[in-house]
Design a protein around this ligand. Structure first.
Ligand code: AMP
Length: 214
């Protein structure tokens, strides 16, 4: 299974990708997670990416494309993968097509359809474990009073880019650079729409039904 999860930040791609990765035994490749790890490690890549990420911008295409190219060569990606948060620009999508060739082409692109008002609500109320990345939501899934992650004991924080000003910037960047990918994959007849404003379980059921077609 070679899949792309496409959608605005906060549309639920990561949540469904974690489920799918566990149930189908294929890796979730999240460029956001890889970059956050690099920032935490203080690597050269992390230092370059940090300012861009905290401002809600996009890391340059050439850097991201190389990062994904390397990740896809790891053995676990041989049996398939879920790309979560990549591609985010037409240039990234074209490079990905070239990288995979016709033999290993993407089979399905799932577009997570959520309104802008819902996205802003979800992202500004999101809290995240600084250690394992597990997400909480102060409205629908509040973190424990201790402020520590139930999964790993790490400290739960608000991501620097989940504040309202940065969320609005991220949405603007998304509309400008990433939304055009819907048309790109529609032309390739790979685009499928998920009604992602529903409860997590209903989105999951819709997704499973679509994937059963593969
Ligand atoms: P995410 O966790 O997917 O929302 O990504 C967090 C941030 O990482 C984004 O706002 C971008 O700054 C950066 N990023 C993640 N994936 C990409 C990508 N494919 N292209 C450019 N920047 C990215």
């Amino acid at each position: 299974m070679r899949l792309i999860f496409l959608g605005a930040p906060g549309s639920g791609k990561g949540t469904q990708a974690v489920y799918l990765a566990e149930n189908y035994g294929i890796p979730q490749i999240s460029t956001g997670d890889i970059l956050r790890k690099a920032v935490q490690d203080g690597s050269e890549l992390g230092q370059k990416a940090q300012v861009i990420m905290s401002n809600g911008g996009l890391v340059p295409d050439d850097i991201i494309i190389e990062l994904v190219r390397e990740r896809l060569t790891l053995p676990d990606a041989g049996k398939g993968f879920i790309l979560d948060g990549f591609p985010r620009t037409i240039a990234q999508a074209e490079s990905l097509d070239a990288m995979l060739g016709s033999g290993k082409a993407i089979q399905m692109v799932l577009f997570f359809d959520v309104s802008e008002a819902e996205i802003i609500k979800r992202l500004t109320s999101r809290r995240t474990c600084s250690q394992c990345g597990k997400n909480y939501n102060v409205i629908s899934d509040p973190p424990p009073a201790s402020g520590l992650c139930v999964q790993c004991g790490g400290k739960i924080v608000q991501r620097e880019d989940d504040t309202e000003t940065t969320v609005r910037k991220r949405l603007q960047v998304y509309e400008e650079k990433t939304a055009p990918l819907k048309a790109f994959y529609n032309v390739q007849k790979k685009l499928y729409i998920l009604h992602a404003e529903q409860a997590v379980e209903r989105v999951r059921a819709e997704m499973d039904a679509l994937l059963a077609q593969l």
